[in-house]
Design a protein around this ligand. Structure first.
Ligand code: AMP
Ligand code: ZN
Length: 473
């Protein structure tokens, strides 16, 4: 059997994958900052970690997947400057940071269900692990890595020899190019905040006591502290978008390797490339050019068609999010689903010996640094094969599906349907709104929509008619 090989960002090599503990794999994925709705680029990152998990499960590993929820400390600028994204969003919406976090966490969870991502084994929130973060800060302080300046406690990156290793950073170049305006008192441009002080006279929504004074943790600290809590001091795979490698992940490594005196902290760093909009403009929430899963649903694209689209590119290649590509994927997905559904009515038993080489080609593709497009080519070979008996095609698609997560044999859009809810009272109100709209009674329609919004319920006008979902718990 072909050995599984993954590309590791830190060593810049492909290496055979062996977990630290035989049979078990720990994966940590940097999750959403819950101040805005996730866009399809963020979803690519989520889908990548889900495919990785599903493949490893299909190889017989017991996977523990941790995805954190960043609900404090992520500042608008990576240079430890600017407002906290959560605070800014809360102020704008006139809500508490907790309300904002609950709202967007719920949307994130529902998007995950809609594209059939398995729920992570652990989904910890930064605000619920402040004690662990302080504990790690104290370890770093005891090790002599931290220093205090006016606005917080900083990590002195010059004290960690391997600081540049993960992302191959040019620290000298960074020092030369350091902008004026770098936080005053920082010893090196790359130093980062481990704890930020609450500003005198400014009432923050989120702040805690610490040995260093009242304030809040730096963004990077949460991932180091929570990964230890759920996966141990060293673990197998850390994933995230490639943009995180130079600052966030580099800082996570510094904290964890210095705090727990280990190396390498993570065996494999696996980073997904970006999902780009036409014109190569990077898609980001702050640029406002976002597309959400709901935008796609509203245009008649099933969430699982987006999953199919995701599977068409290798995770280390940039993928372009164009209308044509999405439409083509939606068509391809429908065709594949129809074939699989038709094959479900075939009766009889297949021949494992005939199926074996096809399954082996499928798993070989994924063992080759998770080459999803090549695996999909095998799926299509099987789906369209004239040589294979129908029972064998049926069985093979059934075997591929738990890895792909496309719900191939199931009636179309089941997973998408599960993302919607039913409740007689709310269904009735939504129906009343539809009737009011049809009668062009906009006042009534808007009043019902606002009433439901006040209860935390959002109406989505999907092609199958209006649906609703709860946006806070
Ligand atoms: P955020 O909620 O902004 O902290 O991002 C969550 C995850 O999505 C991180 O792993 C990011 O690296 C990743 N990400 C952000 N934008 C994109 C994009 N356009 N394509 C792929 N991944 C992305
Ligand atoms: Zn992280």
């Amino acid at each position: 059997m072909t050995q599984i090989e993954f590309y590791d960002t830190r060593t810049r090599t492909r290496r055979p994958f062996e977990p630290l503990e035989p049979g078990k794999v720990g994966i940590y994925t940097c999750g959403p900052t819950v101040y805005a709705e996730q866009h399809v680029g963020n979803l690519r990152s989520r889908l990548f970690s889900d495919l990785l998990k599903r493949f490893l499960q299909s190889e017989g590993f017991e996977v523990t997947h941790v995805i954190n929820i960043t609900d404090v400390g992520h500042l608008v600028s990576d240079a430890d400057e600017g407002e906290d994204k959560m605070e800014a969003a809360a102020r704008k919406a006139g809500q508490t940071a907790e309300e904002i976090a609950a709202h967007y966490t719920e949307l994130w969870r529902k998007d995950g269900i809609a594209v059939n991502c398995q729920p992570p084994e652990h989904n910890p929130k930064a605000t619920e692990h402040i004690a662990e973060q302080i504990e790690l800060g104290q370890r770093l302080e005891a090790g002599g890595y931290l220093y205090r300046i006016e606005d917080g406690i900083y990590f002195d990156t010059s004290k960690f020899d391997r600081y540049a290793e993960l992302a191959g950073l040019d620290l000298e170049g960074q020092a030369e190019g350091a902008r004026i305006g770098v936080t005053e008192g920082k010893r090196n441009p790359s130093d980062f905040a481990v704890w930020k002080f609450a500003e005198e006279g400014v009432q923050r929504l989120q702040e805690w006591d610490s040995p260093w004074g009242r304030g809040f943790p730096g963004w990077h600290l949460e991932c180091s502290a929570m990964s230890v809590r759920y996966l141990g001091e060293r673990f197998d795979i850390h994933t995230g978008g490639i943009d995180l490698s130079t600052v966030h992940h580099t800082n996570e490594v510094a904290q964890s390797e210095c705090g727990y005196d280990c190396h390498p902290w993570v065996q494999f760093w696996m980073h997904n490339e970006f999902l780009a909009l036409p014109g190569d403009e990077k898609m980001s929430k702050s640029k406002g050019n976002v597309k959400t899963l709901n935008d796609l649903i509203a245009r008649g694209i099933a969430p699982l068609a987006f999953r199919y689209f995701f599977l068409q590119a290798h995770y280390r290649q940039q993928q372009n999010f164009t209308d044509e590509a999405i439409q083509a994927a939606a068509k391809g997905f429908k065709r594949l689903q129809k074939i699989a559904l038709d094959l479900e009515s075939v009766e009889g038993e297949g021949d494992p010996a005939v199926q074996a080489p096809y399954y082996e080609r499928f798993r070989e593709a994924l063992a080759d640094d998770l080459n999803a497009p090549r695996a999909m080519a095998v799926v299509w070979d099987v789906a369209r094969s004239d040589d294979l008996a129908e029972v064998d095609r049926r069985d093979l698609l059934r075997r591929f599906d738990p890895v792909l997560g496309l719900e191939l044999g199931a009636p179309a859009e089941t997973a998408a349907e599960e993302a919607w809810e039913t409740d007689p009272r709310i269904d009735d109100l939504v129906a009343q709104r539809t009737t009011a709209r049809q009668a062009k009674d906009w006042d009534t329609a808007d009043r019902i929509r606002d009433e439901l919004a006040a209860e935390g319920i959002e109406i989505v006008d999907s092609p199958e008619g209006p649906r609703w979902r709860r946006t806070s718990e």
